[in-house]
Design a protein around this ligand. Structure first.
Ligand code: MN
Length: 416
C-alpha cells in the first residue's frame, strides 16, 4: 500500500481511474433514476415514494434495476412485459406483487380480457389451486376498478375439445406424444395424451382474448419461473417460435424475468432459448407459407412438414387447406379422399401417381385434381424438395383414408 502511493505514476493513474469510475457511476445512476421514475409513473400512476418507505436503499436498488434497466433491455413492448410479470408472479404465488402488476398492466392498456385469459390459461401448467389464488387477486383488482367481463365467446363444445385442441396444437408440436408418456401401457398413453390435448389446448387455447403466440410465450415464462428442465423450456420455446414469436422476443422475455424469478432460473431459460436449433422452427426464407410442424409417421415416409392454412372448423366443415413440404425422397402413404382433393404446386419438383397409372412429374404452377375415392400418393422427387397446397373436401367430418406406405421399390421405379 505504502509502495503504491509512493509511486507517483501509479498514484496518478489510480486517481484518474477513481474519478472516471465515480463519474461514470454517477451518470449511470442518474440515468437509471430518471428512466426508473418515468417508467414507474407510467405503470403505477405516481412517482415512487423515494425515501418515504421502509428499506429505502433496497427499494432504490429494486426500482432502478427493474424500471430503469431491465425494462430497457431487449426489444419487447411494455404490455407484453407486464403479461410476463403477471405470469412469473402467479407461478411463484407472489400475490401482493401480483396485485400491483395486474393494476400496472391495466394502467398501460393491457385489456382485462387478456389478463383473465392469461391467468385462466395458467391452470394446465401450474394446476388449479395456484391458478385460483391468482384469479382471486385478479377479481379483487377488477372489483376495485369496477371491471366486469362477460363469459368467453368461444367456449368449446364438449364433443369438440379433442379435435379443436389437436388442431391448435398440431402446427406447434405435430402429433408427437409428450415424451414423459413414452413407455406407458398403450391404452393409458392414448388416454393421457388425449387428456393433455383436451385440457391445455381444447379448454383454454380455443378461448378468445389471447393469441396462441402470446399463450405460448407466457408458457415459456411459466416454465422458466418453475425452473423447468432446459429441454422442456426449449421444446416450448420452439412452439412459441412456430406460433409466431421471434427468437429475440423470447430471449428478451427471459431477460425481463430476471428481477422476478432470479438469475439462476432466468439464465437457465436464456441458455435453453439461446441453444434453439433454429432449423427446427426456421421457415424457408423464400417459402410463401410457414412450413408448419412435422407430419406424422403413420401418414408420410421421410421428412414432411404440414401447415394448416384453413381449418375445416372455420370452413363450415366442408374443406381444409394446408401447405405440405416434402424433403427430397419424402412422400405420402397411398391414400384416398372421400370427395377428392386439389393440389397447387408452389415449389420444388415432385410426383403424383394413381394406382396402376404412370406417375406425373410436377413443378411449380402445376395443378392436380384428384377424383374421389381414388388410390394415390404424392411427394418429392429423390433429389429435390417439393411443396404443394392441398385443398381437401370433407365428407362426414373426414377427408382422407390412409393406406399402405409407398414402398422403396414403388418409389424408385417412379424416379428411374
Ligand atoms: Mn392426396
Amino acid at each position: 500500500m505504502r509502495r503504491f502511493w509512493l509511486n507517483p505514476i501509479i498514484a496518478i493513474v489510480a486517481f484518474a481511474m477513481t474519478i472516471s469510475v465515480l463519474g461514470a457511476d454517477t451518470v449511470a445512476n442518474k440515468d437509471r433514476t430518471v428512466l426508473s421514475d418515468g417508467k414507474y409513473r407510467e405503470l403505477f400512476g405516481a412517482l415512487p415514494p423515494h425515501g418515504k418507505e421502509s428499506d429505502p436503499e433496497f427499494m432504490e436498488i429494486l426500482r432502478k434495476f427493474i424500471f430503469g434497466e431491465v425494462f430497457y433491455t431487449g426489444d419487447l413492448d411494455d404490455r407484453t412485459r407486464e403479461l410476463l410479470t403477471i405470469t412469473a408472479l402467479s407461478a411463484s404465488q407472489a400475490l401482493p406483487q401480483l396485485k400491483g402488476h395486474i393494476n400496472a398492466a391495466l394502467n398501460i392498456g393491457v385489456k382485462p380480457l387478456e389478463v383473465r385469459e392469461a391467468i385462466y390459461g395458467f391452470a394446465p401448467s401450474m394446476g388449479f389451486p395456484k391458478t385460483l389464488n391468482a384469479i382471486s387477486v385478479m377479481n379483487e383488482v377488477f372489483a376495485q376498478r369496477k371491471i366486469t367481463l362477460p363469459p368467453s365467446k368461444n367456449i368449446v363444445k364438449e364433443s369438440e375439445r379433442y379435435e379443436k385442441g389437436r388442431a391448435l396444437r398440431y402446427p406447434l408440436y405435430g402429433d408427437k406424444t409428450n415424451k414423459s408418456l413414452e413407455g406407458l401401457p398403450e391404452e393409458l398413453k392414448t388416454e393421457v395424451s388425449k387428456l393433455v390435448i383436451e385440457f391445455n389446448f381444447g379448454d383454454f387455447y380455443t378461448r378468445d382474448g389471447l393469441s396462441t403466440a402470446k399463450r405460448e410465450l407466457l408458457r415459456v415464462a411459466l416454465l422458466a419461473t418453475d425452473g423447468s428442465e432446459k429441454e422442456q423450456i426449449k421444446t416450448h420455446a420452439i412452439g412459441a417460435l412456430k406460433a409466431g414469436n421471434d427468437k429475440d422476443t423470447i430471449l428478451a422475455a427471459m431477460v425481463h424475468l430476471i428481477p422476478y424469478i432470479g438469475l439462476p432460473k432466468a439464465l437457465k431459460a436464456i441458455e435453453a432459448v439461446k441453444d434453439l436449433d433454429e432449423s427446427d422452427a426456421a421457415q424457408n426464407a423464400d417459402a410463401i407459407f410457414p412450413k408448419g410442424a412435422r407430419g406424422p409417421a403413420e401418414w408420410f415416409s421421410g421428412t414432411v412438414w404440414v401447415s394448416t392454412l384453413a381449418n375445416p372448423n372455420d370452413m363450415e366443415g366442408l374443406y381444409s387447406v394446408g401447405s405440405v413440404t416434402f424433403e427430397a425422397g419424402a412422400r405420402t402413404y397411398w391414400h384416398t379422399h372421400p370427395l377428392g382433393q386439389v393440389l397447387l404446386v408452389i415449389d420444388g419438383e415432385g410426383w403424383y401417381q394413381e394406382r396402376g397409372k404412370p406417375a406425373r412429374f410436377l413443378v411449380k404452377g402445376d395443378v392436380v385434381t384428384i377424383p374421389k375415392n381414388t388410390e394415390h400418393w404424392h411427394g418429392a422427387v429423390n433429389k429435390s424438395s417439393f411443396t404443394h397446397i392441398a385443398i381437401t373436401n370433407l365428407k362426414d367430418g373426414s377427408n382422407v383414408t390412409w393406406l399402405k406406405p409407398v414402398t422403396d421399390k414403388e418409389y424408385s421405379e417412379t424416379n428411374r
